[in-house]
Design a protein around this ligand. Structure first.
Ligand code: ZN
Length: 184
């Protein structure tokens, strides 16, 4: 429990100046907390190290924290999982997105759990707090891409996999309903 609270404290400080992309302008920390909650709900036997990694999963990519720093503050297992799910921000966005699909099959089971929950949270946000400026086509492209990333991660958690299916179905149904309303 102490290590988990320490990870929340660390991530909250690291993300303190960030907000989610939606109109609700939510503090960024809501996202990693949601990711850890999803894992804990669907896979109650998950180790504390993996839950801490879920809380910390964006601090390397978005806040400039390093794997070494996390290994020292927490432990090398947590740091390794966070590093696995971190994009290299020096690469252009399309390359990073393609890499997530390419590397997903090689992730550890722990990283696959985090990846799966991360995509559930992000696709869910498309419905509840759609990123400002995203049109429907962009949202659907994101959902298709997330589905491709998640495909090799599904076996680590049938429960998370089912949650993912439910949320992408909701987004696609919403899209169809919007189309019917607008006649497009
Ligand atoms: Zn994330």
């Amino acid at each position: 429990m102490q290590l988990l609270l320490k990870s929340i404290d660390f991530a909250a400080r690291a993300h303190r100046d960030q907000r989610r992309k939606g109109p609700a302008n939510e503090p960024y920390i809501n996202h990693p907390i949601e990711v850890a909650r999803l894992i804990a709900e669907c896979e109650p036997a998950t180790s504390q190290d993996i839950l801490c990694a879920a809380i910390l999963h964006d601090v390397i990519e978005d806040c400039g924290a390093t794997q070494d720093e996390i290994a020292i503050c927490f432990n090398p297992v947590i740091a390794g999982i966070v590093a696995e799910v971190s994009d290299d921000k020096d690469l252009p966005r399309p390359v990073r997105k393609a890499r997530q699909i390419e590397t997903a099959p090689d992730l550890s089971d722990a990283a696959k759990l985090v990846r799966l929950a991360d995509k559930i949270a992000n696709v869910g946000a498309m419905l509840t707090d759609t990123p400002i400026g995203w049109d429907r086509a962009e949202i659907l492209r994101y959902v298709d891409w997330a589905e491709a990333v998640v495909a090799p991660c599904r076996p680590v958690s049938p429960a998370l996999s089912a949650r993912f299916d439910a949320i992408i179905r909701d987004v696609r149904v919403w899209h169809l309903e919007e189309n019917q309303q607008t006649g497009t």
